[in-house]
Design a protein around this ligand. Structure first.
Ligand SMILES: [Fe+2]
Ligand SMILES: [Fe+2]
Length: 166
């Protein structure tokens, strides 16, 4: 598997978008099925956000100062997704707001992924080049091993905020 950071993150995005489509295709499927699909979405997002917050975003901030504003905006988008994810995890799939909340989460994350892939990842590639992106990718592969699978850690949100203001 490639350790190129951007290739790795884009592969994650593909998997996340696939899980979104599965949820949408489920339509009025059984509550149990939708609950399982949301569990999958939560896991994928938790791991992906973790490796971006811990490795990709801080490295980009440090190495490509021109993208500072984009990185800060992305942290805020992660924060919004984190809040929705935490609310979803605390909710039962038969709650009348469960599908609505999942739909809003999906809309937000789709927008966020588009911004990453179309607006600033290409600039990161240009600024950093292959070797540095492979080093960052290797670091993310390590971080992935210890990434949380669900937002159970009470400090997760605080950590995101601390990372932004550090
Ligand atoms: Fe992100
Ligand atoms: Fe991402």
């Amino acid at each position: 598997m490639s350790t190129d950071a951007i290739v790795m993150l884009k592969n994650d995005h593909k998997e996340i978008l696939r899980a979104f489509r599965d949820f949408e295709a489920a339509g009025d499927a059984a509550v149990k099925t939708k609950g399982k699909l949301v569990d999958k979405i939560v896991e994928l997002l938790t791991v992906h956000t973790y490796i971006e917050n811990e490795v990709m975003y801080p490295r980009v901030r440090e190495l490509v100062p021109d993208l500072e504003d984009d990185v800060l905006e992305s942290y805020e988008e992660h924060h919004v997704a984190d809040v929705l994810v935490m609310e979803l995890v605390a909710m039962k799939p038969d709650d009348e707001r469960f599908t609505a909340k999942t739909t809003v989460l999906i809309e937000n994350v789709r927008h966020h992924i588009e911004e990453e892939e179309d607006e600033w990842f290409p600039q990161v590639r240009e600024a950093l080049g292959r070797k540095t992106l492979q080093e960052i990718g290797a670091e993310m592969a390590e971080a992935r091993k210890k990434a949380p699978r669900k937002p159970s850690q009470p400090g997760a949100l605080k950590k995101t905020i601390d990372a932004v203001i550090a």
